[in-house]
Design a protein. Structure first.
Length: 159
C-alpha cells in the first residue's frame, strides 16, 4: 500500500520529528509512506472570517495540487467520522482489498481545510472533538496507521 500524508506547516520540534521518524521506520515492512510537507500561509494572529477563508483557500490549492487522481483521500477534520483503531485498520484493509492501494491523508493548517479539499476527500476522519496542533496530529496519525497495520496482521503492538 502507498500512503501519502499531505500536511500543511513545517515541523520544528525535534521530539515530533524523532517520533514520526520512528513510526515511519516501523511502517517500512507494511507500506510505502511519504510525507508531503507544504508551507502554511503567513497570516496575522487576528483575522476576519473572510481572511481566514482566503488562507484556507490558498493552502487548499497547494494541497489539491499534491493529490494523485487515483488516491483515496481521507481528510482529517474535526467534523469527520470518529473511528476506533480497529475501524481505521478495517478501512485500510478494505481499501487494499478493493484495489485502492493509494491512500492520501490530509492534515490542514491551523485554520483547517478549505471547502474544495473537503469536497475532494472520499472520507473525513476525526480524532475526536478536541483540537490538536496540526504538527502533533502528524505524529498521532503515523502512530495510528502503524497500529492499523499491526492489527490487520494480527501482530502484537509493542509500545
Amino acid at each position: 500500500m502507498n500512503i501519502q500524508i499531505v500536511a500543511v506547516g513545517r515541523l520544528k520540534e525535534k521530539y515530533l520529528t524523532d517520533g514520526i521518524a520512528e513510526y515511519l521506520k516501523r511502517l517500512g515492512p507494511y507500506a510505502k509512506v511519504q510525507i508531503t510537507e507544504l508551507p502554511d500561509e503567513k497570516a496575522p494572529d487576528t483575522m476576519s472570517a473572510a481572511e481566514e477563508e482566503q488562507v484556507r483557500t490558498r493552502e487548499g490549492e497547494r494541497i489539491l495540487a499534491q493529490l494523485k487522481e487515483d488516491a483515496h483521500v481521507i481528510a482529517l477534520a474535526i467534523g469527520g467520522q470518529t473511528w476506533s483503531s480497529e475501524e481505521l485498520a478495517g478501512q485500510l484493509e478494505r481499501l487494499g482489498t478493493h484495489g485502492r492501494s493509494r491512500v492520501a491523508f490530509v492534515i490542514g493548517g491551523s485554520h483547517g481545510l478549505s471547502a474544495a479539499v473537503l469536497r475532494r476527500a472520499d472520507q473525513q476522519l476525526s480524532f475526536g472533538r478536541v483540537t490538536y496542533p496540526h504538527q502533533l496530529m502528524r505524529l498521532i496519525l503515523v502512530e495510528q496507521v502503524y497500529r492499523a497495520f499491526k492489527i490487520n496482521r494480527g501482530e502484537p503492538y509493542h509500545k
